[in-house]
Design a binder for this molecule. Structure first.
Ligand code: FA5
Length: 348
């Protein structure tokens, strides 16, 4: 019986050593230690032995059984570790390899610039007003002292909306002045920024462009206020406190007097040439750049919205946002703003 136990043990250990999978180990466990396994058979047959033999053989059988149990547990854990090694090998990653940088988008140059304008005017107490891109003739022209058949309408070659009477893509941001004044009593201090549309198309004029409109109305507003606000504004926008402004008489039906606003060239600082004597290309050696129109609000416009033009005066201005960005960042073609070429867009 003893030799039978010894031989079972060595058979079992050899088979266990050769086992390659958990399933094989489980089969061996059943074969040797299971309810109908070899060791249970031995235990059952102990009853036929003498008391002395029962004690020694039983002890040996029990010891061998628990030895086998330990060996089986050890084999299970070896197989498990080997499985982990396979996973670790298969799913191996090198954490020292430099990562792939995800590309993150950002706001467009024009949107960011519009935010900057809002900040500059916000500091001067101007609120932001809005109006629709598709506008009634009434607001885009009539109320601005540009009645039907008035030749001044030819100054802005307008996109009219087909099949809709007297509706156009707004050709300027000035209609927002009217909408705001109709809804509010003075004092008024607003800017309005957004898209405007005209039948234009060249390097510095596009069919869709952006304007900023400004309007200030109160009892004592004069050209001095206009000049102070616009000079400060341009110095802030071009980040150059040496910027100067000048006003040239001009004509816009909704202001009187009307003016073109120029500022000194931020590249040559009004000299027309750079410090090394090279002629300045941006201002074409003139030292000044045209930025937009302005003037004192025409009394007729004030009356159109129900304001007392004897009591109130105001100034208004309208500048090209795209033009200011072109000057600030030395961009030579408007098309670049709208082509969405990432090589351009990611620079700002
Ligand atoms: C006007 O539109 C007036 N509403 C401005 C104004 C407001 C004057 C209030 C007085 C009081 P003007 O047509 O000049 O003015 O246009 C103003 C600016 O818009 C121009 O100086 C230019 O910078 C810009 N601009 C005009 N057309 C285009 C275009 N097609 N593409 C890009 N910018 C343009």
């Amino acid at each position: 019986m003893k030799s039978r136990i010894e031989s079972l043990k060595s058979q079992a250990l050899t088979a266990l050593k050769a086992a390659k999978s958990e399933a094989e180990v489980r089969d061996l466990e059943v074969k040797y230690l299971g309810r109908n396994g070899a060791f249970n058979e031995i235990m059952k047959s102990l009853k036929d032995l003498s008391d002395d033999e029962k004690r020694t053989v039983g002890k040996l059988a029990n010891e061998t059984k628990s030895e086998l149990e330990t060996a089986i547990l050890k084999k299970y854990s070896e197989l498990e570790m080997a499985a982990f090694d396979v996973i670790a090998e298969k799913e191996w990653i090198d954490v020292t390899v430099p990562g792939v940088k995800p590309s993150v988008g950002h706001r467009h140059l024009i949107s960011k610039f519009i935010d900057d304008l809002e900040v500059v005017f916000g500091r001067m107490g101007f609120a932001v007003a809005e109006g629709p891109d598709i506008e009634q003739e009434h607001y885009n022209f009539n109320q601005l002292n540009m009645p039907e058949d008035h030749p001044s309408r030819d100054m802005q070659d307008t996109f009219w909306v087909k099949n809709l009477k007297r509706v156009a893509l707004r050709s300027q941001t000035s209609p927002v002045q009217i909408r705001y004044m109709e809804a509010h009593e003075p004092p008024v201090r607003i800017i309005s920024m957004g898209k405007t549309f005209r039948r234009d198309n060249d390097a510095t004029h596009s069919p869709m462009f952006h304007q900023i409109e400004g309007l200030m109305v109160d009892t004592d507003i004069s050209i001095a206020n206009l000049k102070a606000v616009l000079t400060h504004f341009l110095q802030q926008v071009f980040e150059d406190p040496s910027i100067k402004t000048r006003f040239r008489t001009s004509y816009f039906p909704f202001v009187e007097p009307g003016m073109e606003v120029d500022c000194t060239c931020p590249i040559c600082h009004g000299e027309g040439k750079l410090s090394d004597g090279v002629p300045c290309k941006l201002c074409k050696q003139c030292g000044w750049l045209e930025i937009g129109g302005a003037g004192m609000v025409h009394p007729k416009v004030l009356e159109n919205v129900g304001y007392d033009s004897k009591k109130y005066t105001g100034f208004a201005f309208g500048f090209g946002i795209d033009r200011m960005i072109m000057i600030k960042y030395r961009i030579n073609h408007l098309r670049l703003f709208f082509e969405n070429d990432l090589r351009f867009i990611t620079q700002f």
